[in-house]
Design a protein around this ligand. Sequence first.
Ligand SMILES: *[C@@H]1O[C@H](CO)[C@@H](O)[C@H](O)[C@H]1NC(C)=O
Length: 383
Amino acid sequence: MVSTKWMAVGLTAAAAVAQVAAAPGDVGTTIAGYKFVEEVSQQARIDLDVRAVENAKSNYAFARTVYTKGSNSEAEEGGKRTLQGFSTEYASPGIARTEPLAIMSKVFWGDWDYANKHLLAALGGFNSAKYGLYGSGALAKTAAARQQIIKKVIKFSLIPQYVQRELAKTMTDYKKGLESAAEHWDEAWAFYAGSLENGSGNGYSAYILAEKRSANFGTKAGGRSRVNQRFLAAMKKGQGQVSKPGQVGALLQTVKCIRGLMVVPAIQGCLRYSYKVSDPAVSSAANLAKESAEAWAFCAAALPGLASVDRAAAGRVRFQTFLGGNKRVNWPIVRAAFGAKNLNKMGVRCSDVGALNVEYPQSQHSVCKDGKLSNPNQGTNFC
Ligand SMILES: *[C@@H]1O[C@H](CO)[C@@H](O)[C@H](O)[C@H]1NC(C)=O
């Protein structure tokens, strides 16, 4: 679209290049190895809002304004796209909510817009029996904890949920033979990676987590996380499938692969920070609020999937990691909840998660032994 503008007004080629320098997400540009066939540069800019919220630190009023009103990303229907809308869209009446992550999350949290409710509690500094005691909890009320919750719930609960929504919209539109299927597919990557991401995990969206945690769990290959490498491969494959007719079954397999991959970094984060805050020698009293918040933010992202296969185990992890007063996590309880049986039922292999003892040998968390992967809706065996 942009590339033809300059010819019409007769600019020199050099001036034209300066004027129309491609933005990340324009047709033909690449973000972290994925090349867009649709125009999604405004969608990719949502990470600039994430960065603005993060940089606001304890200026919660400003963070809340960016979160609720939007700032950097123009919506197709006019006005700003908002991070808040990614979550509240689910609470609108009459909305189709078919993606498994949305349904599992509603079952676990009791809210369709669980990410938004969590964020409003942390941004507003009030107590929520479900999401955290941000008003009076000794750990939860601290600025260090609230800032971690705000940025990590946005990146690792709210955005992943909306990425999966784009995959679901792709399927729906593809089945109807609509061209918009290809746009939804590209939007999924635009939101997942964001405009600033160069592949290394330097960006501000969900992509970064697999890069960070793969270093702790020994799940890198050739300098990059295996999760993101497989995610990228699946996105490229799906882009090809969407461009051809007759691919409903194959495309669904690709979507199931991505859903399975997306839960892995959240599990790794939940394990790593649960371990850290279990041990005063690893997480000192001075770091306890910040790192407990990190544990809760990651576990919150992993809990709906865990609850769907083992409700009791998810209840125990919730109890251990819920962010409130001054308490340390019981690590063996959290470690046991993510054993081979539950991982496999979630569609995750032991080798996908890897071993925290790469980083903390004393954690006694080695790679578990797979049984049979059995989740019909998602799993890394679909990759
Ligand atoms: C990505 O960005 C980071 C941070 O700016 C930089 O250190 C790194 O070299 C970049 N990597 C690539 C592949 O461009």
